[in-house]
Design a protein around this ligand. Structure first.
Ligand SMILES: Nc1ccn([C@@H]2O[C@H](COP(=O)(O)OP(=O)(O)OP(=O)(O)O)[C@@H](O)[C@H]2O)c(=O)n1
Ligand SMILES: C[C@](O)(CO)[C@H](O)COP(=O)(O)O
Length: 231
């Protein structure tokens, strides 16, 4: 199986606040995104890595890579208006730059991972690729630990939390399937890659994720991430 990872880091980090998008914030001397890139390189040094970055921050990223002495080979694609558009740009970059991946006997699977999830466990990446190779689509999920309520205006009611799980990345798919699914027009209900693939009519399988694989979204998450790194 040929394996590629699209690490999407084209966002502005509005919920984090501050001038520097959160993927570039330093933790233990390296930007968040570098930790994420290294997690995949540690998992498999031969995997094809593509970073999707805002165009105006690409010179800054290249400068950081030189300064830190980044040894992880990767290519860079342009970010888009939303996560959906960034993933689509990354997929087009893959097909343009790496050539036509379809055809031949060897299957190609592509993982889409949030640049701000640096604590993904290697066994979770393994599980997602293994399941995607068989079924074409796999995502990691973790149980919800809080009680959940459904709101309707001012009123709310408890729901059975055993029926829900939180969704993480990497979300791994057969390359041809993902490329076709991302040809659909954008919908605001596409909050992740699984929702895009399901809207295209393909079933998505779930595998266990890892609790530490948080999406660094707010200043509180950054505190948690720094504590996890110091462990
Ligand atoms: N136009 C966008 C928006 C988001 N992302 C990426 O998708 C991941 C998950 O998105 P999120 O946590 O929402 O990041 P932001 O959009 O940057 O945050 P916010 O919504 O707070 O602005 C992040 O790695 C982010 O950089 C992206 O590649 N392109
Ligand atoms: C893809 C994702 O991280 C899965 O949990 C999540 O849906 C991204 O949501 P965001 O609002 O774009 O951060």
């Amino acid at each position: 199986m040929k394996r590629y990872v699209l690490i999407v880091a084209g966002g502005r980090g509005l919920r984090m606040g501050g001038d520097l998008p959160k993927q570039f914030i330093p933790m233990e001397g390296k930007p968040v995104l570098m930790h994420t890139l290294e997690a995949f390189h540690r998992w498999d040094a031969s995997v094809g890595l593509i970073l999707v970055l805002p165009e105006d921050h690409q010179p800054y990223w290249k400068m950081l890579c030189q300064e830190i002495g980044c040894k992880v080979p990767h290519r860079i694609a342009n970010g888009g208006e939303t996560r959906f558009h960034s993933v689509r740009n990354g997929l087009h970059f893959l097909s343009d730059e790496i050539g036509n991946l379809s055809g031949g006997d060897e299957k190609t699977c592509v993982a889409v991972h949030d640049g701000v999830r640096p604590f993904v466990a290697p066994e979770v990446i393994d599980r997602c690729f293994a399941e995607a190779e068989v079924s074409g689509a796999a995502i990691p999920v973790v149980p919800v630990v809080d009680s959940l309520r459904e709101f309707s205006g001012e009123s709310s009611r408890p729901v059975d939390r055993s029926r829900y799980q939180a969704v993480q990345t990497p979300q791994v798919f057969d390359y041809d399937l993902l490329l076709k699914a991302y040809e659909q027009p954008y919908s605001e209900f596409f909050t992740d890659d699984a929702s895009v693939v399901e809207a295209f009519g393909h079933t998505v399988k779930t595998v266990p994720g890892n609790r530490e694989n948080i999406k660094i979204t707010t200043p509180f998450d950054l505190l948690v991430a720094k504590a996890l790194l110091a462990k």
